[in-house]
Design a protein. Sequence first.
Length: 271
Amino acid sequence: MSPVDPVPPAAHLTPPTRSFAQRAPDFLVWGAVIALLILAFGPVEMRNFSRLFTNAENMRVYGRQLLQPEWGNLGIYIQQMWLTIQIAIWGTFLAIIVAIPFGLACSRNIAPAWLQQPMRLLMNLLRSIPDLVIGTIFLVAVGLGPFAGVMALAIATTGVLAKLFSEAVESIDKGPVEGVRATGASRLQEIVWGVIPQVAPLWTSYALYRFESNSRSATVLGLIGAGGIGQVLFESLNAFNYGELSAIVVVIVVAVSLIDLLSQAMRSRLL
């Protein structure tokens, strides 16, 4: 029996090295990031950072006012928060229904280039338009109320979910799809039996995460009259009623935290 070759000591092992040409792209990327930070220092007024300390007394006064919530209208706040959650539920649900075919159409390994590229551009457009702008468009069409908020969230979320869904489809294992194809299945059957089972858990996780985000976004839509807790919040803010504002913020934080815990529990069982 031949003796086993001894393992070289760790001191003799040399880490892999890359040439300057291989590392040049990294230098360019990080150099560009640093350059952008320097260029943006003035426009974003980073020099005002010191005011966080020089004006600390103003922040303490404001903080003391926020630490004295008024609970007289707690029932109304809970009711409006529940309405906000319902807006988020319907907005997310409609977005999922539309994002599934759109996400498949945006996938390079599913859709032809003549369809995939225009659909990606359309999804980029939907993601680029702020929720408030979309909400304003629907307010003009249907008037003030929660339905405008539902449609604003649905349109914006469709663009986000379609992108996430398409990326999940593009990373699937080709084996199951080829197995379904070998049975003589149609293109639609390949998607239903070879693609959807692989991406369904990840799609569900993405949808739950967007529902969490929409629960917060629906609050902001109250600024334009789309209903929910956001509308009550901005009314209190404009009236400088910091006691009511503090109580509303507490209700929002509790609700969003509960939604987050529920969503985490559901995602942990899916993935």
